[in-house]
Design a protein around this ligand. Structure first.
Ligand SMILES: NC(=O)c1ccc[n+]([C@@H]2O[C@H](COP(=O)([O-])OP(=O)(O)OC[C@H]3O[C@@H](n4cnc5c(N)ncnc54)[C@H](OP(=O)(O)O)[C@@H]3O)[C@@H](O)[C@H]2O)c1
Length: 338
């Protein structure tokens, strides 16, 4: 299966290094020239929770040739329609594009590439590009899980092949209820990535700080309520039933969910959200595709999502350079924290 990782930055470099190290040929493609040159000259250096270097095949988009049977999509979602249109001629007729982006990206990509050529994969681990050619794995190596699936079934054989490929890195679940897996990931991203981006910190720091943890917990609740109203059955993540652990109605369950958050975040404590990484680089981030999607879905469902809406608003201000990420932003949530 001729394979490419399109958008090999933080996550894509780690994925490409693991696949290549396991003997699976794949092209790591990025528009970032300095990064591609470093990968070509020195290989992919993966640091953080592991430390290894592996020679990889890296190229710029303009150097792509022929068609691929499998393309993992790992660009940010800011211009997905444009990227999908560009990739249309590089994806084999019976090929599969597997988006590993956060949010709910599959429908838009399927509009360009066709439903049967688009699958999705929710990733349960994180990475940060430290410098050209060097990516940091920010989750524990035993927590590198994948939830793979399609909105509409029909490519089971190809999904099986993708699953065995990703299996060299960690456990892969092929989800029958893929939309449920997507929502479980959205739940974590909207709450932890959103809060950590506003406060300028890691997942672990959100879990440790009492107020930050409560902000994340309130967004979790808004996401559960929205999903439930829309008929979503949240899928377990890494064997953990998120609804049982974190959804609540009364005070006792609320307290229990609050106490469990630091334990649940232990293996991902150093994870710095890619939205925050983008802001630190002066780039626009994916807030509209993560917290923005939750606000939109909340409206559609008739569920108020005020804490999440505030995150969207604050990240907008930060992007517009009217505010900075930082702990003082907790103040804006004061009315929700009683
Ligand atoms: N990082 C994480 O921990 C994490 C965890 C789970 C899911 N995700 C999701 O995974 C996706 C990728 O995240 P990431 O953090 O790996 O992003 P990233 O570090 O920004 O990597 C994206 C790479 O794609 C390149 N790129 C962007 N647009 C391109 C285009 N049109 N053509 C060719 N190359 C292009 C970027 O180049 P430039 O540097 O020039 O922009 C960069 O090298 C996002 O949807 C994110 O939400 C990330």
């Amino acid at each position: 299966m001729r394979t490419a990782i399109y958008g090999a930055g933080s996550l894509g470099t780690v994925l490409g290094a693991y696949l290549t190290r396991a003997g699976i040929e794949c092209d790591l493609i990025s528009r970032n020239k300095a990064h591609v040159t470093a990968l070509q000259q020195k290989g992919a250096h993966i640091v953080g929770k592991v430390d290894f270097t592996v020679p990889v095949k890296a190229l710029l988009p303009e150097q792509m040739q022929g068609t691929y049977d499998l393309i993992f999509l790992l660009t940010k979602q800011l211009e997905n329609r444009k990227v999908a249109t560009f990739l249309r001629s590089y994806l084999a007729k019976d090929g599969l594009l597997v988006t590993m982006q956060n949010g709910l990206p599959e429908s838009e990509l399927a509009q360009v590439l066709g439903e049967q050529r688009v699958a999705g994969c929710a990733i349960g681990w994180g990475a940060t590009l430290q410098s050209s050619g060097v990516a940091e794995l920010t989750s524990e190596p035993e927590a590198l899980a994948f939830s793979l699936g399609m909105l509409n079934p029909g490519r089971e054989e190809r999904l099986q092949a993708v699953a065995s490929m990703l299996g060299v890195m960690g456990p892969v679940t092929i989800e029958e209820n893929f939309i449920g897996a997507r929502w479980s990931k959205l739940l974590i991203n909207a709450s932890f990535s959103g809060t950590a981006t506003v406060l300028g910190c890691t997942f672990g720091e959100v879990a440790r700080d009492r107020q930050a943890r409560r902000i994340a917990q309130l967004i979790l609740k808004e996401c559960f309520d929205t999903g439930h109203r829309l008929g979503i059955a949240f899928e377990p993540v890494q064997g953990k039933n998120l609804e049982k652990l974190f959804d609540y109605q009364g005070r006792v369950k609320q307290k229990l969910s609050y106490l469990l958050i630091p334990l649940a975040m232990k293996k991902h404590a150093s994870l710095k959200p890619s939205m925050l990484q983008d802001i630190e680089k002066g780039k626009k981030c994916e807030v509209e595709s993560i917290n923005g999607i939750l606000s939109k879905e909340g409206k559609r469902a008739g569920i108020a999502t005020p804490v999440n809406d505030l995150v969207v608003q604050l990240i907008g201000k930060i992007e517009a350079k009217q505010a900075d990420p930082g702990w003082n932003n907790r103040e804006a949530f004061k009315s929700f924290l009683s």
